[in-house]
Design a protein around this ligand. Structure first.
Ligand SMILES: Nc1nc2c(c(=O)[nH]1)N[C@H]1C(S)=C(S)[C@@H](COP(=O)(O)OP(=O)(O)OC[C@H]3O[C@@H](n4cnc5c(N)ncnc54)[C@H](O)[C@@H]3O)O[C@H]1N2
Ligand code: MOO
Length: 439
């Protein structure tokens, strides 16, 4: 387990946990940094819930159910065969019997009651005829010609009642809850709805997000790179993350100039059409960082500067919208890793809250063995790790070697964030709690 590094005079910062941006050394920053839990509580506080809307099931992938759905039908609707074979009565088979084939039932055809001391030729999915109580796979059956052009089947016995029969309602029982409100509809859930014959479903409206990046150094991919410029990696990256988390990006201007006026105007225009505003960059302490003052000019800054790494200068606020309500603003730091980690730690749970989605609200936690060492100072660190099974079968977390908040390579392919609490020394082989980055 991580130990308290502040009490160990000999412990040195590990490369992965070094304070790359130097923030830990800023004395003023040591105080007043909000822990992650307070930031998440502030984020969830009086969050608007998206209204419900009815959409076609075929368009509902990734949407969040706004009500419980109860089954109106049994699935399967009648007992049916789970093999290609022959249906008979266990009593007629006994220790094995030659039985005449009295009917042939393909999937989709109605069955007639099974004649006494006979069997029915049937196929996977075909309805079980009344009276039949077992299906024998065709591989076990021998056929021969009987008298008068009939065919006889040898069904070996003894058999057990119900073998190879899928009983009515085995999958879904009429009246039972099929899916709970708050479920994010994946392929299987859509299949369940279709199995009920549902064509439409009541879901939460997607959260409309306005997203913009600030920074005069940014240009869009495809343009020639001039001295001093860098490509805008975060806009498309965050837009993709937001879509994956179920949101609809409604406004994403290519870039916003690094001025107070441009930032304020971009926020004000975003508030006209969005349920949530996400900005990237311009939240630190430099005089080119205008997001915080712009939020304060249009509403209130609820939280700024967190005891987390990466992501210390993350800003949470609300601005007044022309509709008379307020729109939440999440100001992510511009460092690409800080933005990406902020997407997982804040945007995902916030979207979960706004759509009442249980799966998005919390990242799942797993405790594994650390295949690295790390040391933290005043901030809780979130190291990008991949998970692999060690030689003894235990799950291990492997940290990307360079955990600097500008090294986006640490995020590509990362499967979890290893959480290293403040003032801790984690040694190779210790248990470490990870947040699973479920895609
Ligand atoms: N004196 C201090 N300086 C800094 C502190 C501090 O406490 N005191 N905090 C540092 C930390 S921690 C972070 S994180 C960054 C965050 O700063 P900003 O949110 O203001 O971000 P920018 O300055 O705009 O950009 C930071 C970095 O990231 C690059 N960037 C920005 N946007 C993008 C984008 N869309 N695509 C790709 N790269 C982007 C930008 O060029 C900078 O290199 O502040 C530290 N400074
Ligand atoms: O460490 Mo900053 O907090 O680079 O994101």
């Amino acid at each position: 387990m991580p130990t308290d590094a502040s009490k160990d005079p000999h412990s040195q910062p590990s490369p992965s946990a070094a304070a790359e941006c130097g923030c830990d050394a800023v004395p003023a920053g040591a105080k007043g940094l909000a822990p992650l839990a307070s930031a998440l509580a502030a984020l969830r506080d009086s969050c608007p819930l998206m209204p419900a809307e009815r959409v076609a099931v075929s368009d509902a992938a990734g949407r969040v159910l706004a009500e419980d759905v109860h089954a109106e039908l049994d699935v399967p609707p009648a007992d049916n065969s789970q093999m290609d074979g022959y249906c008979a009565r266990v009593a007629d088979i006994g220790d094995g019997a030659w039985l005449p084939i009295s009917q042939r039932i393909a999937a989709g055809q109605p069955a007639t009651p099974l004649a006494v001391a006979s069997c029915a030729r049937l196929f996977t999915g075909a309805e079980i005829p009344d009276g039949g109580d077992v299906v024998v796979m065709q591989e076990e059956v021998t056929l021969r010609e009987g008298e008068g052009g009939t065919t006889l089947a040898w069904l070996p016995g003894p058999r057990t009642r119900g073998d190879n029969i899928r009983v009515q309602g085995r999958d879904v029982s009429k009246g039972n809850r099929l899916l709970a409100a708050g479920t994010r509809l994946d392929a299987a859930a859509l299949g369940l709805l279709c199995g009920q014959g549902a064509s439409h479903v009541l879901v939460r409206r997607k959260v409309r997000v306005a997203l913009f990046a600030t920074g005069d150094e940014l240009i869009e991919p495809g343009q020639p790179l001039k001295p001093g410029q860098i490509y805008n990696s975060n806009r498309v990256m965050l837009s993709q993350m937001l879509s994956n988390f179920g949101a609809e990006v409604v406004l994403a201007p290519l870039n916003v100039a690094d001025t107070f006026e441009a930032t304020r105007d971009a926020l004000a225009s975003a508030a006209q059409q969005a349920d949530l505003i996400v900005t990237c960059g311009g939240v630190s302490v430099g005089e080119e960082d205008h997001v915080r003052p712009a939020i304060e000019a249009l509403g209130s800054l609820d939280l700024w500067r967190l005891a987390i790494k990466p992501g210390k200068p993350l800003a949470l606020g609300s601005i007044n919208s022309p509709r008379g309500d307020t729109v939440r603003v999440v100001g992510l730091p511009g460092n690409p890793v800080s933005s990406w980690v902020g997407g997982w730690l804040f945007l995902r749970p916030l979207l979960g809250e706004m759509t009442d989605c249980s799966a998005l609200r919390e990242l799942k936690r797993l405790t594994v063995r650390a295949a690295f060492s790390a040391r933290t100072a005043i901030r809780q660190d979130h190291l990008r790790v991949t998970l692999a099974t060690g030689s003894d079968g235990q799950l291990e977390a492997h940290a990307f070697p360079d955990q600097n908040s500008a090294v986006l390579s640490s995020c590509a392919g990362a499967q979890a964030l290893a959480v290293i609490p403040p003032h801790a020394q984690l040694n190779h082989g210790d248990s470490v709690e990870c947040l699973w980055l479920e895609r």
